[in-house]
Write a protein that binds this ligand. Structure first.
Ligand SMILES: Nc1ncnc2c1ncn2[C@@H]1O[C@H](COP(=O)(O)OP(=O)(O)OP(=O)(O)O)[C@@H](O)[C@H]1O
Ligand SMILES: O=P(O)(O)OC[C@@]1(O)O[C@H](CO)[C@@H](O)[C@@H]1O
Length: 302
């Protein structure tokens, strides 16, 4: 079973505009609200691919209730930890030729809420996977993901971390099974700009030396590079297509990668399925369906 944990989920408010002008009243040509947050997105795509998973997330206030309702409508296997104060975020995604995102801060999560999460994670079986994905509210410690890994260190779980900055680097000594920075996040860790696959490979290897077992760097339209624990470097180009909504492309890639790895225990296949899941989501309005992912795989990768 795969468990995903989203500390800071969201309602994603997707706005379409033909133009955007500062200091003016701008009007949309369309809008919609989707469930959001990195772990939740991973869970949605895993579910679309028929992979058993459970989405654990912290929710709060009326926006938290709306998020729960959206996930229940999708028959998600979800487990909510209710926070007493604050509101689950509404993250604004503006599509106006390009894509601009404004992500909220998120409600404070108190120690008693984290204790509830720890209790749930205490029930993980040895062969379970755990995905820790996304940001935390600023007031929370950058050791939060590391603390979870420390607690589970003798459990043998495969732990996947998709996070930025210190939240990510702190977990490296605990040997996460997989980390998935995108090229900007990878560059930020080293104070450089990563634009090529060669650079991505070089910096990914440095993160591996610091403890990560496998490093998957997503490179947007360029594809991705995977540095594996058995010493291989695997690169794959992304299929070309019309981008409709790239929010969640990285989460979809992670879901596809895990689905492929679980299915065949083969990194090359997992990377290809990950790329197809990422691109299929980028090419569709919402997170990709199994049919969309399979079609891309059959036409581009098989
Ligand atoms: N413009 C694009 N064309 C084709 N494929 C894309 C495009 N953008 C993203 N993808 C696919 O999605 C994967 C992940 O994309 P990206 O590197 O943008 O992840 P990310 O920044 O983590 O995404 P997000 O934060 O929006 O979820 C890429 O490796 C690629 O397969
Ligand atoms: O603020 P974070 O936690 O880093 O990212 C949150 C978020 O941008 O990530 C998902 C896409 O990956 C969206 O559904 C969501 O709004």
């Amino acid at each position: 079973m795969i468990y995903t944990v989203t500390f800071n989920p969201s309602l994603d408010y997707i706005l379409d505009l033909t133009e955007f002008e500062r200091n003016q009243v701008n009007r949309t040509t369309g809008e919609k609200i989707l469930p959001g947050g990195k772990g939740i997105n991973v869970s949605i795509v895993l579910q679309n691919l028929g992979i058993d998973n459970r989405a654990i997330c912290f929710t709060s206030g009326f926006t938290g209730e709306a998020l729960k309702a959206l996930l229940m409508q999708r028959d998600m296997n979800a487990d909510f930890i209710d926070i007493a104060n604050g509101l689950t975020r509404i993250n604004v995604k503006m599509r106006c030729g390009d894509e601009t995102e404004v992500n909220g801060q998120g409600p404070e999560i108190k120690s008693e809420d984290i204790a509830e999460l720890y209790e749930k994670l205490g029930y993980l079986d040895q062969d379970d996977y755990l995905v820790l994905a996304g940001s935390l509210p600023d007031c929370m410690s950058k050791t939060t993901y590391m603390d979870i890994m420390q607690m589970l260190q003798y459990n043998n779980n495969k732990i996947i971390v998709d996070a930025t900055g210190e939240l990510l680097t702190n977990v490296l000594p605990y040997h996460p099974f997989l980390i998935k920075p995108n090229r900007t996040e990878l560059g930020n860790l080293f104070g450089v700009e990563v634009t090529t696959m060669d650079q991505a490979e070089m910096y990914a290897k440095q993160l591996q030396e610091r403890g990560a077992r496998n490093v998957l760097v997503s490179m947007s339209y360029q594809g991705a590079v995977l540095v594996t624990e058995d010493g291989r470097v695997i690169r794959a180009a992304a299929p070309k297509g019309q981008v409709k909504n790239s929010v969640g492309a990285g989460d979809s890639m992670l879901a596809g990668f895990l689905a492929g790895y679980i299915e065949r225990d083969d990194y090359e296949y997992a990377l290809k399925l990950g790329i197809c899941a990422g691109s299929a989501s980028a090419f569709s309005e919402e997170l990709a369906t199994k049919e969309e992912i399979d079609t891309l795989f059959q036409t581009q990768m098989a």
